[in-house]
Design a protein. Structure first.
Length: 417
């Protein structure tokens, strides 16, 4: 049997078009199933890309720590005691946590009314003090100048980095702000850089609307003593963040006379675990998409199989004559399977084309702004896999009708009215 027999394929096309209304209604199930599969896979891909773009530049191997109220009495201290992390905690943590990669203490100051001023221009923004390492944890893009460095920390320099939005309010477009003076909470600082966030995730307010100071400068300028509001840390490559998290919590409890059994006194947040939850959620959504999509395709295949059974029944006499003229069972099976596969593939490919068109149009609309769903599309691999699935489904749909056709006896078929 020749695969590319022109007469045979013309016969298949005539058979399909002869029962046009029936074929269209039957093929619609496959078309709809493939369309839904393409749209759902595209939407899932867009969601995954959107989440990735939101966390891009943010260290996923990080953990954050803060102080809270004790819930257990310990060594003469009553429960309900407030405590603060201090500068003395930093060297102890660096020394005892060997798996540590980066560590930065953080201070926060609220955005009081019009607390950031330059000449007649002003605004209300958050103020954050940190170490240079913090830019390796919550990465930002430098638009002008540089970030805080070790010399700024050591010399307690009165310098600052401003967010992009603050720059737009205080300076003219295109003006280089480095070296200029601004007043932050009543104290003058020299601008050394302008930053833009590379991630949708930020700690202590949006990067674009935050003034960053050297940690030591902020402690001294705003009379914060040796208090640390927040602690950011990352684990070395290949080391679970949980190990670093547990060790730092243990050290903080020992340093500040907190019961080892007190679960609430030290606040800690493991970002790695949060991202794992997102990954598992993505895997679950992808699995659900394929289950629903393949289920819809299977329903369409059953419809094709049923219509092919009807077609075989209507063509019983024709099949009997073909058998009497020498057509082998293989010829009959090949004809029925070919019709089933052609009908299924045509419907499915149409569904893929329409689905890709809808995804493309949706992507153009979403690209107009900063969106959580980003660039919905299906991969070339997905298209090839879908085509293979269509061929398999078409073969499956035609198998039972083909078996039914093969069992028709020529004598009985010819005599049937």
């Amino acid at each position: 049997m020749k695969i590319f027999d022109l007469d045979r394929w013309q016969e298949i096309w005539i058979t399909i078009t002869h029962n046009k209304s029936r074929s269209v209604l039957t093929a619609f199930g496959v078309f709809w199933g493939m369309l839904m599969l393409v749209l759902m896979v595209g939407a899932g891909s867009a969601l995954e890309k959107g989440i990735s773009s939101q966390v891009e530049g943010f260290a996923t191997n990080s953990a954050f720590f803060g102080s809270s109220t004790t819930t257990l009495p310990y060594k003469g201290f009553q429960k309900g005691r407030r405590w603060d992390m201090t500068n003395s905690d930093i060297p102890v943590i660096r020394q005892r946590v060997k798996e540590l990669q980066y560590l930065s203490p953080v201070l926060f100051a609220g955005g009081n009314d019009k607390n950031v001023v330059r000449g007649e221009k002003n605004g209300s923004y958050m103020v954050k003090g940190c170490y240079p390492e913090y830019d390796l944890i919550e990465k930002s893009k430098m638009l002008y100048g540089r970030y805080v460095n070790d010399i700024d920390i050591a010399e307690r320099r009165k310098v600052c980095i401003i967010g992009e939005r603050i720059y737009e309010v205080l300076f003219q477009k295109g003006e280089d702000p480095t070296g200029q003076q601004i007043r932050v909470n009543g104290i003058y600082f020299q601008v050394i850089g302008v930053v833009r966030s590379t991630s949708g995730v930020s700690i202590g307010g949006r990067t674009e609307e935050t003034v960053v100071l050297p940690f030591s400068t902020m402690q001294q300028a705003f009379n914060q003593g040796n208090i640390i509001h927040f602690l950011a840390a990352t684990a070395d490559k290949g080391v679970p963040v949980k190990i670093v998290q547990d060790k730092i919590v243990e050290i903080l409890k020992q340093q500040h006379q907190i019961s080892p059994d007190d679960k609430e006194a030290v606040f800690s947040m493991n970002i790695e675990e949060q991202f794992k939850m997102f990954n598992y959620l993505g895997i679950g959504i992808a699995a659900l998409i394929w289950i629903v999509g393949l289920g819809t395709l299977l329903a369409g295949a059953i419809g094709v199989s049923n219509i092919m059974l009807v077609t075989v029944r209507e063509r019983t006499k024709e099949i009997g004559i073909r058998r009497a003229l020498g057509a082998t069972p293989r010829n009959i099976i090949g004809q029925i399977l070919s019709e089933s596969v052609v009908l299924t593939v045509l419907a499915g490919v149409t569904g893929i084309i329409v689905g890709v068109g809808i995804l493309r149009a949706t992507g153009i609309v979403l690209s107009q702004g900063d969106q959580f769903f980003k660039d919905p599309q299906i991969s070339f691999t997905m298209a090839i896999v879908s085509l293979i699935i269509l061929i398999v489904i078409g073969t499956f749909a035609g198998y039972v009708p083909a078996q039914r056709a093969m069992m028709i006896k020529p004598v009985e078929a010819i005599s049937e009215e």
